[in-house]
Design a protein. Structure first.
Length: 732
């Protein structure tokens, strides 16, 4: 190679190397700014937690090596919490009668061990409604990194590789730049220089073809831009808080984000968890940061190949599925299929396009077969419904990278046509991922049927005795095919959930409508009776007061009811001017109602409009339609017009607002009428709800044996109707 050409290659390599180094320096400064803002907040939170831990816990940590008498002496001296023991230090502890050097060292060692554990689990919460200087500084420091987006991550990865690779090559290539240097270098070094020169040329050429110089330059600009101001940073945080928290966990090297590692791993057996952690996860085609538990979920799907991801709603099962698809795409797979209810098809296509570089293809509507042929040829992530799947040839599953089935509990009945279609496709596909927050609604046999589609050998090992034995036995039996995590365990920053039962005395008109329904033995009419006379409804009056209070605070509200007629009454009540009676409608914009008859596209437009509305707005939704498949974290007030037959139905509906991305405390108001069907329902269901909460936190038994949680509509209705007829003397 001629000297001038060699110099040009080296010059191009040096410029690319310099750009990579500059970006890495900019990124390090941005990351360090976040860490500096986070550290004092985190340290104060940890100290506050340690102040609440009594000193007698130190004896447990040392497993008896620290004598109870020594701990009592330390407490008596005024060092009664772990933090006070740490603050005291060795010298002051040794001055306590009965505490020698060894005891002091043991106490401090145990205190430091507890402090380390607390430091790993305590999480920083950013309160958008009560910002203070330190949290504002943290949000402002995070803003450039969030604003730079996923392209910045790709740029940093590229810059890291270039910095590590080009540096040594440029040093080796030096002698090739001039004749004298080349002549003096010696044969071995000349050959190494020419080889390095050729490699620099290849790398710079490939980088130019891939647009890497532009990517590096844009990322540097984005990282240095900074927020428009503190207010702008808070506004951006409110819009995409999940991205801020995800980056905060990543930057502070706390991938669990404050979560207990065992909880983040779904309490899987240690050997299985280690295998999952060893699974690589390629993020080339991903456009979103993953929480630690989300990365683990994606790795679980890849390592185990055919599994159910049963995370509680609000933990980002869609993102975990996309992370698995992105990894497989990076390994060369071209076609993927997502099967879901019609109501969430649009949400899936939008998430694919927003969270990955993969192509989304909707196989739905009259043109679905043309779209299917296009997907077969061009590849991408096809999204279809359970019903439409039955019309496509299952032979196409043979070339799938992964089959994802959302709301997989819809295929729990092995005899249903959609279940047979899913099983047929799954049988031809190597990677299959079932997603569901409620995988088993009625019997353990239904969970077993889901597992049988995926892992027959695991299904055969699941017996009813496992659920009777308790969560540990059941978890061990299903671990190879089932992973579940709960919000409380892995989203330490999730705002508070405030639940209030709003008891109202029925008006005279309400009572008359209720008595008529009881005489007729009409359970559904009994549940709707409080809204039969809207102008005189006590529940509607309270609902309007709650909405008006939310409007005064600029908060968004979602109103759930099981009944379309009730939502119609609410719509009329909120649309009436204040002088029409029943309190103030609260102003704002009214969206909905969303019901099962609303087409998916319109439903998504309603949700989008509700989220985008400035300030206060109200969304009306039937609880079965609005409680599944949509994200309502824009709402911080949830109103339930009546209690539901199944506690799980209410839990699912509330979880649509109280989920990852929510930045405000969520207030739930359940409207109840005294001395009637509402009160009877709660009495019957109270024990069921307590059992649900006890089981669902750290076990899968709530889903495997929901007969301990839910009762059938028919049995509950019959019991309450008979009791009310007897109470009111209305038995026919």
């Amino acid at each position: 190679m001629r000297r001038r050409a060699a110099a040009e290659v080296i010059g191009a390599g040096e410029r690319l190397h310099a750009a990579a180094g500059a970006l890495l320096a900019d990124h390090r400064r941005a990351v360090e700014a976040v860490r500096e803002a986070w550290a004092p907040i985190h340290a104060d939170l940890a100290r506050s937690e340690l102040r609440r831990i009594p000193a007698d816990r130190l004896a447990h940590v040392t497993e008896g090596r620290l004598r109870a008498g020594a701990v009592a002496a330390i407490e008596a001296a005024g060092f009664d919490t772990v933090q006070r023991v740490l603050d005291a230090g060795r010298h002051r502890l040794r001055q306590i009668p009965g505490v020698g050097q060894q005891t002091a060292d043991q106490a401090l060692g145990a205190a430091r061990q507890l402090a380390e554990a607390v430091g790993e689990t305590v999480a920083v919460h950013l309160d958008v409604d009560r910002p203070e200087p330190r949290t504002t500084a943290l949000v402002a420091a995070l803003h450039p990194l969030v604003e730079a987006g996923p392209d910045a991550r790709r740029a940093v990865e590229a810059a890291t590789a270039l910095d590590a690779g080009l540096g040594p090559l440029l040093a080796d290539a030096g002698p090739a730049a001039g004749r004298l240097r080349r002549w003096l270098a010696g044969r071995e070094r000349r050959e190494r220089a020419l080889a390095a020169l050729a490699e620099i040329g290849r790398r710079t050429g490939r980088a130019a073809a891939d647009g890497v110089p532009v990517l590096l330059g844009q990322a540097s600009v984005d990282l240095l831009r900074g927020p428009a101001g503190e207010a702008a940073a808070w506004v951006d945080f409110e819009l995409r808080s999940a991205e801020y928290y995800g980056l905060l966990a990543e930057v502070t090297e706390r991938p669990g984000g404050g979560a207990d590692p065992a909880a983040a791993q779904g309490f899987l057996p240690e050997a299985l968890a280690e295998r999952v952690l060893a699974q690589p996860l390629d993020g080339t085609h991903r456009r979103v940061s993953l929480r630690g538990y989300q990365a683990f979920g994606a790795r679980f799907a890849l390592a185990q190949r055919r599994v159910i991801l049963g995370d509680e709603m609000g933990l980002g099962k869609t993102i975990q599925a996309l992370a698995a698809l992105a990894h497989l795409a990076a390994q060369g797979h071209r076609r993927f299929l997502v099967v879901c209810p019609a109501g969430v098809l649009i949400n899936w296509t939008r998430e694919i396009e927003a969270r990955s570089t993969l192509r989304a293809v909707a196989l739905h509507g009259p043109d679905r077969h043309d779209a299917f042929a296009d997907w077969q040829g061009e590849g991408g992530v096809a999204v279809t419904t359970f019903q439409a799947l039955t019309g496509f040839p299952e032979q196409a599953a043979g070339g799938l990278g992964m089959l994802v089935v959302d709301e997989a509990h819809h295929v729990k009945n092995p005899q249903a046509q959609r279940s047979l279609a899913v099983a047929a496709w799954a049988g031809r596909c190597g990677y299959v991922l079932f997603l569901t927050g409620t995988p088993m609604e009625n019997r353990v046999s239904e969970f077993r049927s889901l597992v049988r589609i995926l892992r027959p050998e695991v299904a055969s090992g699941i017996g009813d005795v496992d659920t009777v034995a308790g969560s540990k036995a059941f978890r061990k039996a299903v671990a190879p095919a089932y992973l579940r995590r709960n919000q409380r365990d892995v989203l330490a920053e999730l705002p508070e959930l405030q639940w209030t039962d709003e008891w109202e005395e029925l008006s005279a008109a309400d009572r008359e409508a209720y008595r008529s329904a009881v005489r007729a033995g009409n359970f559904m009419a009994m549940r709707r009776a409080a809204y039969a006379e809207p102008e005189k409804s006590a529940k509607l009056r309270r609902l309007r007061e709650l909405v008006a209070d939310a409007a005064a605070n600029g908060l968004k509200v979602v109103v759930f009811s099981a009944f379309r007629e009730v939502l119609g009454a609410v719509e009329d009540a909120l649309g009436r001017p204040p002088h029409a009676g029943g309190g103030s409608g609260g102003g704002g914009v009214l969206f909905g109602p969303i019901s099962g008859s609303v087409p998916p596209a319109r439903r998504q437009r309603l949700v989008d409009g509700f989220a985008a509305a400035a300030g206060h707005a109200v969304l009306l939704a039937q609880i079965e339609a609005g409680g599944i498949g949509i994200n309502l974290q824009a709402a911080s007030v949830v109103i339930l017009c009546e209690p539901q037959v199944k506690p799980t139905t209410e839990q699912q509906a509330v979880a649509r607002a109280h989920r990852m991305g929510q930045v405000r405390a969520v207030r739930v108001h359940r409207l109840l009428a005294t001395d009637g069907v509402d009160q009877r329902m709660l009495e019957v269901l109270d024990r069921k709800a307590r059992l649900f909460d006890a089981y669902a936190r750290r076990s899968v038994v709530a889903e495997s044996a929901p007969e301990a949680v839910d009762v059938s509509d028919a049995s509950l209705a019959r019991r309450i109707v008979e009791e009310e007829q007897a109470r009111l003397g209305a038995a026919r």
